[in-house]
Design a protein around this ligand. Structure first.
Ligand SMILES: Cc1cc2nc3c(=O)[nH]c(=O)nc-3n(C[C@H](O)[C@H](O)[C@H](O)COP(=O)(O)OP(=O)(O)OC[C@H]3O[C@@H](n4cnc5c(N)ncnc54)[C@H](O)[C@@H]3O)c2cc1C
Length: 448
């Protein structure tokens, strides 16, 4: 059976797939293999998780095969979830999905600071590409990491922590799979909290540009969904944090008391929705987290998609570019200027904010950013034509593309966008001198 990614535009055929049950078994596989790549939930849209280079990403390119190459899945690895209340941390397998981790954490009345739109991705896979949610005060998901246990190229198990390893740690968290197999991770926790989610419709662009900071800071997590047509943002999602969940009820009841936030029926010209809405008009809201201010636990509101929803194979390709917050309005206006070019191929865009961090390859390294995301219809030939236009429009704004999505920015420009790229390269050379964890993607965007 050919393994593919979620969007089915990338194939993982170039090496054998191993699913070891123990760390020792995994170490043996790493020692015995010429090239190794870990597969997370395979939700990336480019060849970041492939051993070979798949530059055409239309699912038809010939793959290179080598019997000494190995993919590793952590699905069968038996690793407990351990909560340390004193330190305020949770330690888990790198291969656990956020859905499973959040469920286990909430049962113990602890929470993460943020999540991505969907719970089906793995913690290590998501942090490797600096996956993010939204919120002016929220760093990307990798900023919760305080420790990593990595099987390195020589098969040894190495621990890297925020406390002890300083700069090396900052280079190791968002590492695009290049440091080795992240078998266990320790993340910072906080007390479990409750949230209420509200949607507003048809925010005029002119109001958005005049009040951008106020709107983006209007809740704990804010998402704008424009299709760029008709000079408006189709929907604005506000996810408000409303309280702390009690210990005594196992993280359930106290969260469910609604809090009157006194929200108006109209905000900057946008109107409060009168029913749950999907960001793509006409799509069913089944599987979305509940809106309309109904209270729920943090993980039942921060994700856009419910934990129990089935992740269908996607008729979709995704792209996202980050620009420093200071350029947000100019960058959005530049994209809006291209709207006629992507009218027929765009499902929807999403704009989110991400706080600055110190992780070398994070798109928000040393600057708060706005992520400008595009969900395209699955037509790579058409999307490939449009991406360079969007990238040119965003080039004056110190743009950095999402590591896990599709882009056509030349490798040199990608490298130049990261001040710590040379240090990252040196780090990978020292931990993996023979390039066991190097793939076509790292060869292009880091070493190329
Ligand atoms: C429907 C959908 C919605 C999305 N929503 C968001 C969103 O809200 N925000 C956002 O930022 N992104 C989003 N993404 C993108 C996605 O979160 C990223 O591409 C993420 O990296 C995918 O995680 P994964 O577990 O599928 O990892 P994979 O795609 O399988 O792997 C990603 C990288 O991590 C490496 N890797 C995986 N596991 C390990 C490990 N244990 N040790 C070392 N390296 C490892 C892989 O080799 C690869 O380089 C979305 C994608 C989809 C399909």
């Amino acid at each position: 059976m050919t393994l593919r990614n979620w969007s089915e535009n990338i194939r993982f055929e170039s090496g054998a797939v191993h699913a070891p049950r123990t760390v020792e078994g995994l170490q043996e596989i790493v020692r015995a293999s010429g090239k190794v790549r870990v597969l997370g939930a395979r939700h990336s849209f480019n060849d970041a998780a492939a051993i070979d280079e798949q530059v055409d990403v239309d699912g038809t390119q010939e793959v290179t095969r080598d019997p000494a190459w190995a993919y590793i899945s952590l699905e069968a690895l038996d690793t407990p979830v351990e909560i340390d209340r004193e330190r305020g941390t949770v330690t888990c397998s790198g291969g656990i999905t956020y859905g499973e981790l959040c469920r286990r954490m909430h049962a113990e009345v602890v929470a993460l600071h943020n999540t991505a739109s969907l719970p089906h991705i793995t913690v290590a896979g998501a942090c490797s590409t600096a996956t993010h949610g939204s919120g002016d005060g929220n760093g990307n998901l990798a900023t919760a990491v305080v420790g990593l246990e990595i099987v390195t190229a020589d098969g040894e198990l190495k621990t890297v922590t925020l406390e002890e390893d300083g700069e090396t740690f900052e280079g190791s968290v968002v590492a695009l799979g290049g440091m080795g197999v992240v078998v266990r991770m320790t993340l910072a926790t906080q007390p479990a909290y409750s949230m209420q989610q509200y949607v507003y419709r048809d925010l005029p662009s002119v109001e958005l540009y005049a009040n951008f900071d106020e709107i983006m800071s209007g809740a704990y997590s804010v998402s704008l969904f424009p299709d760029w047509q008709d000079e408006k943002v189709n929907q604005v999602w506000f996810k408000h944090r409303t309280g702390t969940v009690g210990e005594s009820d196992g993280g359930k009841a106290a969260a469910l008391e609604p809090v009157d936030l006194g929200l108006p029926s109209a905000l900057y010209g946008a109107k409060a929705a009168s029913t749950d809405l999907h960001p793509v008009p006409d799509l069913s809201t089944e599987g979305l987290t509940v809106q309309m201010g109904v209270p729920g636990a943090w993980h039942d509101r921060l994700h856009h998609f419910q934990i129990d929803s089935t992740p269908a194979s996607g008729d979709e390709l995704q792209t996202e570019y980050f620009v420093p917050r200071a350029h947000a309005v100019s960058a959005l206006q530049a994209v809006e200027g291209l709207r006629d070019r992507f009218k027929s191929i765009l499902w929807i865009s999403e704009i989110r904010s991400v706080a600055a961090d110190r992780l070398w390859l994070s798109q928000s390294y040393s600057t708060p950013t706005i992520g400008i995301h595009f969900s395209w219809r699955k037509n790579w030939a058409a999307v490939r034509e449009v991406l360079p236009l969007v990238e040119e429009a965003l080039a004056p704004f110190e743009m950095r593309p999402h590591w896990g999505k599709l882009f056509t920015v030349p490798p040199k420009r990608v490298q130049a966008a990261y001040p710590k790229m040379a240090d990252f390269k040196a780090l990978l050379r020292s931990t993996d001198p023979d390039g066991k964890f190097r793939n076509g993607y790292l060869d292009r965007f880091v070493f190329g």
